[in-house]
Design a protein around this ligand. Structure first.
Ligand SMILES: [Fe+2]
Ligand SMILES: [Fe+2]
Length: 255
């Protein structure tokens, strides 16, 4: 198998290995039901040397599906980290269920650590891996994960992750759209920009925040933009994606 599987036509309703080498995998967990009426989420797991980092596990309702799809690739007890790119329920609603079956550390902005007791955790300090505002790096098996600040896009404590091994940039709510095309990977970028625009105009705080983030990530060697809703943006469209964001007036720009 080629290392990358970022092809037009991938069915968003089922799991797919998006990247694979001898000790590293990135898997899409088949969580987007495409038109189910709910705000569909895209959840992913990074597996390196048989240990997992679950990215944005999603809400309460999709827990059984995420669990069963992960179990095809990894014993769920081997999930070492659960990442919450920000505090929203579509990102983190299932976190208490995950903590009931794993000892995974919760990686998120320091800003959201004080909210974790509301999930029912008593000893937050032993559960949490707080990210400082300026970002950080985490050595995870044979890769390095870079937590890149993306504050106010839309959450005031939001990070995107660059996985140096797969060269994927996980962008949380940046790059989201409601997926209409029955493909997980975006082909028609004109159509996709039209779909992203109203959501970004409303959710993202300002053009200043967008430009700051684009300046942090645009020099990276990126194979695909992997957001938490909607479609994956393949390499050939990334320049247009950054251009779209850099020129967008949004949030307080529109008041
Ligand atoms: Fe959000
Ligand atoms: Fe979201």
């Amino acid at each position: 198998m080629a290392k990358y599987n970022i092809n037009y036509g991938l069915d968003p309703r089922r799991d797919h290995i998006l990247y694979k080498d001898e000790d590293h995998k990135v898997i899409y967990l088949g969580t987007n039901m495409s038109g189910s009426g709910d705000m569909d989420v895209n959840s992913y797991i990074i597996i390196n040397k048989k240990k997992g980092m679950l990215l944005d596990p999603g809400g309460y309702k999709i827990f059984p599906k995420v669990l069963s799809n992960i179990s095809k690739y990894l014993n769920p007890k081997d999930i070492e980290y659960i990442y919450m790119c920000h505090q929203d329920p579509d990102v983190a609603g299932s976190v208490p269920l995950w903590r009931s079956i794993t000892n995974a550390k919760l990686v998120t902005s320091w800003l959201w650590i004080r909210f974790l007791p509301h999930f029912g955790f008593e000893d937050v300090d032993s559960v949490a891996h707080p990210l400082p505002d300026e970002g950080s790096e985490l050595s995870f098996g044979s890769t390095i994960l870079e937590f890149i600040p993306a504050h106010f896009l839309h959450s005031p404590g939001h990070f995107t992750i660059y996985d140096r091994r797969s060269k994927f940039l996980f962008t949380g709510d940046i790059g989201i759209a409601i997926l209409e095309d029955p493909s997980l990977v975006i082909e028609d970028m004109d159509k996709h920009i039209n779909a992203m625009k109203p959501l970004h105009e409303r959710l993202m705080a300002s053009n200043v925040a967008l430009k700051d983030w684009v300046s942090r990530v645009s020099s990276l060697d990126i194979e695909a933009i992997i957001p938490q809703h909607g479609g994956i943006i393949p390499k050939k469209h990334i320049g247009r994606f950054f251009n779209f964001l850099s020129n967008l007036r949004c949030g307080v720009d529109l008041i």
